[in-house]
Design a binder for this molecule. Structure first.
Ligand code: SDX
Length: 424
């Protein structure tokens, strides 16, 4: 067993060093406080491993991302989303019959209870779809009280997520809800519920269906990011799957996390409106006075490049070309990337495009409004959230509630004087 030694207060404390299958090492500090009275201090957990996981591996220095050991570029270009869902959640690629059964279940559970539609009537027209999604996932528990059948609830979540999302979009544009069609794939079913209207049939273009399939897979998991850590933390109290997902959706919504994809398009539109002067915008970001960030850039883990961003940049060219769309936003995004990557400020801080930088341009080309971009991130990330939540639940020897410690820096002991305020 590899050890580290902590020398503190004139004594030596041996600490075990654990190693993962990819050679990552960590000091096991589970007994540190009992042995030394010390806790570790690591705000934002930048240097803290919260769990052991076999689902996703990231090497930030080398720009590596693998799902269950498979490289992301191969999975994203060779698999269908429903197979990736099963693989992330159950730990291996499904046999053909397992996949067929899973797809059949997802198809059969796409409808939501008719009473759930009444919730949508209560939302104001301009309600942000992420607020609706967080509320609707929590509400799912009222229709499916936690009967302990985790696999059934996993099917319900993955099947109904596309319906809840499409209904949120239809609500926002005042159009009637479109019901699912059972002979369509997961991505095609969602796109039809988004864009069909009752008056006419809607044929989902294959290139749009394939583009969505790619985007969903690229977003499917990303180890212990903010929203997945939220999913694990909420799940650690034995909260049910629906409630845990609702919490993860709220965490993802923030502009530093999944909300960035919506902010990237807003940022590009602002740059375009002010004359598309990329250097001027980059200079504003660098001087820091305005507090603006280059949205879609930077990452806590990737310090070389985000492999998903590379796949998405190529896909944006290909998909817009196939759809015959010439979106100036794409050229502007490439110009911004080129300007930033040749600027010392970004190079020194190892800031590269992340998954959010190009994804919005593809969603736009598919006709999806920017208010729905983070909802698209939810739909892709659901299998990852579920897989991580389930991995924790299935841990050998059980799992503990997450309860970090702190360093108290407030007032020390002082008397609470009786100022005879009780009768006020
Ligand atoms: C996702 O964790 C995951 O895996 C997330 C994700 C997933 O799949 O789940 O990959 C999805 O959330 C991607 C990130 C999307 N967010 C954005 O694009 C928002 C813009 N990016 C930043 O807010 C930032 O880069 C973060 C939040 C992504 C990372 O923040 P960190 O790791 O806390 O880095 P930091 O804020 O400490 O930055 C270090 C330096 C700072 O400058 P100095 O104080 O050293 O002078 O880099 C600067 C920051 O000001 N910086 C940026 C910047 N990001 C960091 N400066 C300008 N523009 C940026 N985007």
């Amino acid at each position: 067993m590899t050890q580290a030694t902590l020398v503190y207060d004139g004594k030596e404390f041996p600490l075990e060093v654990i190693e993962g299958t990819e050679g990552e090492r960590a000091i096991d500090v589970q007994k540190l406080r009992a042995q030394t009275g010390l806790v570790t201090f690591d705000p934002a957990y930048g240097n803290t491993g919260s769990c052991k996981s076999a689902i996703t591996f990231i090497d930030g220095e080398k720009g590596i991302l693998r799902y269950r050991g498979y490289p992301i570029d191969e999975v994203a270009t060779r698999a269908r989303f429903t197979e990736v869902c099963w693989m992330l959640i159950y730990g291996r690629r499904p046999e053909l019959q397992e996949l067929k059964d899973f797809r059949e279940k997802l198809t059969r559970h796409t409808l939501i209870h008719e009473d759930m539609k009444k919730f949508y009537e209560g939302y104001p027209a301009g309600a942000h779809p992420m607020a609706i999604m967080a509320a609707m996932f929590s509400a799912l528990q009222t229709f499916y009280p936690d009967d302990g059948d985790v696999d059934q609830n996993i099917v319900r979540v993955l099947a109904k997520s596309k319906t809840l999302a499409a209904f949120a979009y239809k609500k926002s544009i005042g159009q009637p809800f479109i019901y699912p069609k059972n002979d369509l794939s997961w991505p095609a079913n969602f796109l039809r519920m988004m864009f069909a209207v009752p008056a006419e049939e809607y044929e989902v273009p294959r290139e749009v269906e394939d583009a969505l399939n790619l985007l969903l897979i690229l977003h499917a998991d990303h180890e212990q990011n903010c929203s997945t850590s939220t999913m694990r933390m909420v799940g650690s109290s034995e909260a049910n799957l629906f409630a845990s997902i609702s919490a993860a959706i709220c965490a993802l919504w923030g502009p530093r996390h999944g909300g960035a994809n919506e902010q990237v398009i807003n940022m590009l539109e602002q740059i375009q409106a002010s004359g598309s002067n990329c250097q001027k915008f980059i200079d504003e970001v660098k001087d820091g006075k305005s507090g603006i960030k280059l949205m879609g850039f930077g990452h806590r883990v990737y310090k070389n490049f985000d492999p998903r961003s590379r796949v998405l940049k190529d896909a944006a060219d290909r998909i817009l070309g196939k759809l015959g769309i010439n979106d100036p936003m794409l050229e502007l995004a490439k110009k911004i990337e080129e300007t930033a990557l040749s600027d010392e400020y970004f190079v020194k801080r190892k800031l590269y495009p992340n998954v959010d930088f190009y994804s919005g341009i593809i969603y736009r080309a598919m006709g999806i409004p920017s208010s729905m971009f983070t909802v698209m991130f939810v739909l892709g990330r659901l299998p990852g959230w579920i897989a991580q939540w389930k991995e924790q639940r299935d841990e050998e020897g059980g799992y503990r509630i997450h309860r970090p410690r702190q360093i108290y820096v407030g007032e020390t002991l002082r008397p609470f004087e009786d100022l005879n305020t009780k009768n006020l």
